[in-house]
Design a protein around this ligand. Structure first.
Ligand code: PHE
Length: 340
């Protein structure tokens, strides 16, 4: 018996306990009702009287030994389970919480809205997914006009009538259809064109388009409005020039350049050494468009203009590559933090 106890003592000492399962197996093997220790106690009655004291002592030690080992491993295993599932360390200093900044495109859009709202323009918005009527037909695009071509427009595969809007002129059609003149509104928003992405162009960009319809609205009103806008946006010294152009929805149509405020008109690589930078398209609303939208073209006239927010932002902040506006690299965006 003595020998058996010694052997089991060694076994208990050597027993490897690493997991909850091993701990339980240890308990069952040595300490359960029908375990080794209980078995030894059962056999104790067979021990000769003169050995009882000594063996009884050893047996008790064995039981305590096994019990202690169980308790120690129980608490270590339980602690390691909680510390791996609970990673909350309240003594750890928290990360510095950085404040966000407004995106440069948002800063410029808000500035454009503010400039036009000072002369009575409201803000209108519309859907980014448009039908042919609002994006093209109502705006006097002939059926075969190349701008409808798949190369320029993202159509929804299942229906040629549904497309991502290519300009926010579609919003102006919606306003004309639902509002009686006088109308004085701008429509900022995201637009989509199937174009190769480069430093100067992207397939997603932002526009602000403007519309003014009333009795006796003239080209002089358009020009003066755009001059006011350009001086407010780029500074008092800014000059504008209008070049004849073509849009299906305006007649006459023009493109507007501003004097390059990077070189002050002397010529640089931004203005391609011309001293001028093109920033928007404009014109007098074609009478067909007014009629398409239910406005009497004999009573009312109007002007419209449209500009790309990226182009204006690029000019204002002198960024070379407009892809930076979409990458959202914090090192780039951080430069605008003070403008929040
Ligand atoms: N819709 C034109 C474009 O996206 C811009 C424009 C608007 C031109 C209004 C003239 C008048 O390019």
């Amino acid at each position: 018996m003595q020998e058996k106890i010694n052997q089991i003592l060694k076994e208990i000492e050597a027993y490897k306990i690493e997991t909850q399962e091993e701990l339980e197996q240890f308990r069952i093997k040595f300490l359960a009702k029908k375990g080794i220790v209980a078995d030894l106690f059962d056999n104790f009655k067979n021990v000769a009287a003169e050995q009882r004291k000594e063996i009884g002592q050893k047996l008790n030690d064995l039981k305590i030994n096994a019990q202690e080992k169980l308790n120690i491993y129980k608490s270590t295993i339980e602690n390691s389970v909680t510390s791996s599932s609970e990673t909350l360390d309240l003594s750890l200093p928290s990360d510095f919480n950085e404040l966000g900044a407004r995106h440069p495109l948002s800063i410029v859009r808000n500035e454009i809205i503010s400039i036009f709202s000072r002369i009575g323009f409201t803000v209108s918005e519309g859907p980014e997914i448009e039908n042919d009527w609002h994006n093209f037909s109502a705006l006097n695009f002939p059926e075969e006009h190349p701008a409808r071509d798949m190369q320029d427009t993202f159509f929804i595969e299942k229906s040629p009538d549904v497309a991502l809007r290519t300009h926010t002129s579609s919003v102006q059609v919606r306003v004309m259809e639902s509002t009686k003149p006088p109308i004085r509104t701008i429509s900022p928003g995201r637009v989509f064109r199937n174009e190769a992405i480069s430093a100067r162009a992207h397939c997603i960009f932002h526009q602000v388009e403007g519309l003014y319809i009333d009795k006796n609205v003239s080209f002089a009103d358009l020009k003066q409005t755009l001059l006011y806008f350009s001086k407010e946006m780029f500074g008092e010294k800014t000059q504008i020039r209008l070049r004849p152009s073509y849009f299906p929805f305006t007649e006459p149509s023009a493109e507007m350049d501003i004097s390059c405020d990077i070189c002050g008109g002397a010529g640089c690589n931004i203005c391609k050494y011309s001293g001028w930078v093109e920033i928007l398209g404009c014109g007098m609303v074609d009478p067909n468009v007014l009629e398409n939208c239910g406005i009497d073209s004999k009573t009312y006239t109007g002007f419209a203009f449209g500009m790309g927010i990226e182009r204006i932002t690029q000019q204002k902040y002198k960024t070379k590559d407009l892809r930076m506006y979409f990458e959202n690299d914090v090192r780039f965006l951080r430069q605008f933090e003070q403008a929040l």
